[in-house]
Design a protein around this ligand. Structure first.
Ligand code: NAD
Length: 258
């Protein structure tokens, strides 16, 4: 999973990053990549056991990573998590929101439980809103910051059988576009990323017929890798990515050409 820690990987030296969903999948790959390139990374996740296991594994590699149990649907929990980072490090340069849930798959609206719809939107949309709202404040004060929200190709195209997930991710696209414009005259950028299928525990939990449906629609005829997600993420949250805000970056092997 990714390149080794070397003294030349100093792209994020001196920078403080928060990565939500850091316990698993894309979030842990992103945390590892940013820390490998010099950032001090605070991983937020609600799965405490998995979070500690990931933190231990990354620490064993010599990476500067911390782990805090944060539920991104709770404003109190989000504020406490970010305040703790600010108290310890005095600044926040990068926030990547990877935490998310897929909810029901291969389930048409008539069978789709309303409470589960609320739950999926609560994590994927309200969580994105809360993390952005509370991460952007110190970034604006220091006139520098990079916010990246994980959306999905499902939000652009709408995957049948996944109406909660598709709807919540579509709303994340709107959030990115609005907030990006709100802060365009500051040093803070707000962007989104829309991946197609990347093999992670989330995909393993989806109905296999759904995964086949989604993968068959990728012109490259393969799934994306964690390294490819980490590579694109690292660029979007770097200083070099300075003339992009309110944008949705594509990571779909050609599925979305818009
Ligand atoms: N894997 C894919 O193919 C794919 C495709 C498109 C978009 N995405 C998006 O990428 C992001 C990462 O997905 P992944 O595949 O790595 O998933 P994953 O299931 O491996 O990891 C998601 C993490 O989010 C955490 N989480 C869930 N709810 C939370 C909450 N309320 N508060 C804090 N943490 C919470 C989970 O505990 C888990 O560690 C998600 O937003 C997902 O929707 C993934």
């Amino acid at each position: 999973m990714g390149d080794a820690v070397t003294p030349t990987n100093t792209r994020f030296s001196g920078q403080i990053a928060v990565v939500t969903g850091g316990a698993s999948g894309i979030g842990s790959a992103v945390a590892r990549r940013l820390a490998s390139h010099g950032a001090i990374v605070a991983m937020f996740d609600r799965d405490e056991a998995q979070l500690q296991a990931t933190r231990d594994a990354l620490s064993d590699e010599g990476l500067s990573v911390g782990a805090t149990r944060v539920d991104i649907t709770s404003e109190e929990s989000v504020v406490a998590g970010i305040d703790a980072v600010l108290a310890e490090h005095g600044r926040l340069d990068i926030m990547v929101n990877c935490a998310g849930v897929v909810g029901p798959t291969n389930t048409k609206i008539l069978e789709y439980d309303s409470a589960q719809f609320d739950q999926v939107c609560n994590v994927n949309l309200r969580g994105s809103f809360l993390m952005t709202k509370h991460a952007i404040k110190p970034m604006v004060q220091q006139d520098y910051g990079r916010i990246l929200l994980y959306a999905s190709i499902a939000g652009k195209e709408g995957n049948p059988g996944m109406c909660g997930y598709s709807t919540s991710k579509s709303a994340v696209l709107g959030l990115v576009k609005a907030i990006g414009k709100e802060y365009a005259e500051t040093g803070v950028t707000v962007n989104g990323i829309a991946p197609a299928v990347i093999r992670t525990p989330m995909v393993e939990a989806a109905d296999p017929a759904m995964v086949t449906y989604m993968t068959d629609r990728i012109p490259m005829k393969r799934t994306g890798s964690l390294d490819e997600a980490a590579d694109m993420t690292a660029f979007i949250v770097s200083r070099e990515c300075s003339f992009c805000t309110g944008a949705i970056f594509d990571l779909s092997g050609g599925r979305a050409t818009y």
